[in-house]
Design a protein around this ligand. Structure first.
Ligand SMILES: [Zn+2]
Ligand SMILES: [Zn+2]
Length: 159
């Protein structure tokens, strides 16, 4: 009788849990809820086999984390990942909009239409702008200093 020993690499689901999936988070809307996703921690191990049946694992080759929602695979360290807070996301958005030439008052309205209240919107914009304001004298619109052209009338705005 032949006894066939061998080894084989095998992936085993080790545990499940909730985490902040970087890929799913970045797809969230600016005012969307920060939803945690289910993950599966997968262990890749070498198994000792007998008649091709895995008997026990004798060497762990590695572990990775898979998002059950988008199927992205990550290093274990992803479990420590914390997504930017709501305020940080708003600040990033406000800065991009201002730099791309959105007038201050229009941006505040934009924020309000996305669900922020008057105070939150004004504060988020003021945090970035403070006193760095330039005005288009043709339409009387305020912009972030550094914006060179009025997006409404195409007039050059002097610093
Ligand atoms: Zn995901
Ligand atoms: Zn203008």
């Amino acid at each position: 009788m032949f006894i066939i020993f061998g080894t084989r690499g095998r992936q085993v689901d080790e545990k499940k849990g909730q985490f902040n999936c970087p890929s799913c988070c970045s797809n969230d809307n600016i005012t969307g809820d920060q939803k945690q996703q289910q993950y599966t921690q997968i262990k890749v191990a070498k198994y000792f086999t007998l008649f091709f049946v895995p008997i026990f694992s004798y060497q762990t080759l590695g572990r990775f984390i898979k998002c059950n929602h988008c199927n992205s695979e990550y290093n274990e360290k992803v479990l420590e990942y914390a997504p930017p807070t709501f305020d940080e996301q708003v600040a990033t958005y406000v800065e991009q909009e201002l730099k791309s030439g959105t007038p201050i008052s229009m941006l505040i309205n934009k924020l309000k239409s996305q669900g922020l209240n008057e105070e939150q919107s004004t504060k988020a914009v003021n945090n970035i702008v403070s006193s760095n304001i330039v005005t288009c004298h043709q339409c009387n619109m305020d912009f972030l200093k550094g914006v060179e052209k009025c997006s409404l009338c195409d007039q050059r705005i002097g610093a």
